[in-house]
Design a protein around this ligand. Structure first.
Ligand code: PHE
Length: 356
């Protein structure tokens, strides 16, 4: 059996739409994981991958994360994700026309899939995709009538999560004087750094993009940690805000932190890695719970008619409620926080299945 076949067989989602975009050489995967709680939705990730199979697997795994994210947040949407695997030398014009063809594909899906920004795409890209993909494109720029960048809402949710971790670890929510190491100073990480600095945390950061290193180290004076020492640097809280699979059998033994709480999707390489964190006494805030702020806010603003104030307070309330429940049941039942979070999400999915 080919590996694509076995990947699909092992995946418990509903369907995958695959397109090879000849003009650009890109591959497009739209993975519809679940429509049980409502129309499937998730971001559009656009980047280069080592091979097509890696892109395919990323779409499958990320789409499941979106199902869990919406279920845990009690939002009436199903989980999906689009991955556009692009050649590394794609020029601006080819990129824009690829986005338009992608919009046509989303439009053809007729509401099966709604999307917004993710790694490698921005609200300005959503404007381009929406020229052909409307009305299924969220998070367009405010100039184009959209709710704009989800990043600050995601960062706000992660910040609240970090405060709750501080409460569990130190008895008070304040981050003042606590050392937080943020891996990735992009859209969400950069915004999170702002919240942490304003609250008096001692922020360290790691980043691979030279312009961002210059901005945060040289202009703001933050302590920079080289990527090769990010896992072994001592800190109170390690906050992965870049790519996935950073918590694995190689990195977990190196960690010198008390807790992990960040915005990246799929931080654990395997589910068992949650158990390794637990046995090392490192408290882990499950990624799809703590990073749900962007999705909660944008879907609330654009599809549920929320004001920006309401979106902000919903993000805080939902993430606080979920993390409290997860930490409590993980301690009471002696299970990892990852398993505790899954139980909450799955229970909501099952309760709904019974009502159908
Ligand atoms: N990329 C966001 C996430 O992973 C999902 C999102 C989709 C956010 C649509 C805003 C709009 O949670």
């Amino acid at each position: 059996m080919s590996s694509a076949e076995s990947l699909i067989k092992e995946w418990d989602g509903e369907q995958v739409i695959i397109r090879h975009d000849r003009p650009s050489g890109a591959w497009i995967f739209v993975a519809i994981h679940s429509t049980r709680l409502g129309p499937a939705a998730g971001g559009t990730r656009m980047k280069s991958y080592p091979d097509v199979q890696a892109a395919f697997l990323d779409a499958l795994r990320l789409s499941e994360g979106m199902t869990l994210k919406f279920a845990a947040s009690e939002m009436p949407y199903g989980g999906a994700k689009a991955v556009i695997a692009v050649p590394s030398d794609l020029d601006r014009q080819s990129r824009a026309s690829l986005l338009q063809r992608y919009g046509t594909l989303v439009k053809q899906l007729g509401g099966l899939f709604r999307t917004g920004p993710d790694v490698g795409t921005t609200p300005a890209d959503m404007d381009v995709i929406a020229t052909t993909g409307a009305p299924y494109i969220l998070s367009r720029t405010s100039e184009a009538g959209g709710a704009g960048d989800p990043g600050p809402f995601t960062a706000r949710g992660v910040f609240i999560g970090i405060k709750l971790l501080c409460e569990r670890l130190f008895g008070q929510q304040s981050v003042h004087g606590r050392t937080v190491l943020v891996q990735g100073a992009g859209d969400v990480g950069g915004s999170l750094i702002g919240f942490l600095r304003d609250a008096g945390a001692d922020v360290l950061f790691s980043e691979v993009n030279g312009d961002l290193v210059c901005e945060f180290r040289d202009k703001l004076g933050l302590r920079y940690v080289a990527p090769e020492s990010v896992y072994s640097t001592e800190c109170d809280i390690f906050s992965p805000c870049a790519l996935g699979a950073v918590l694995n059998a190689d990195t977990i033994p190196l960690l010198k932190c008390l807790a992990v709480a960040g915005s990246a999707n799929n931080q654990l390489e395997r589910q068992e890695d949650a158990e390794s964190l637990r046995s090392r006494g490192i408290l882990y805030a499950p990624d799809y719970v703590i990073n749900a702020g962007g999705a909660i806010a944008i879907f609330g603003l654009e599809l549920e008619g929320w004001t920006r104030d309401r979106a902000g307070s919903e993000v805080v309330a939902i993430i606080r409620r979920n993390l409290d429940q997860i930490f409590r049941s993980a301690t009471a039942e002696g299970i990892s926080t990852e398993i505790a979070a899954r139980r909450i999400a799955e229970q909501r999915l099952h309760v709904h299945a019974k009502l159908l």
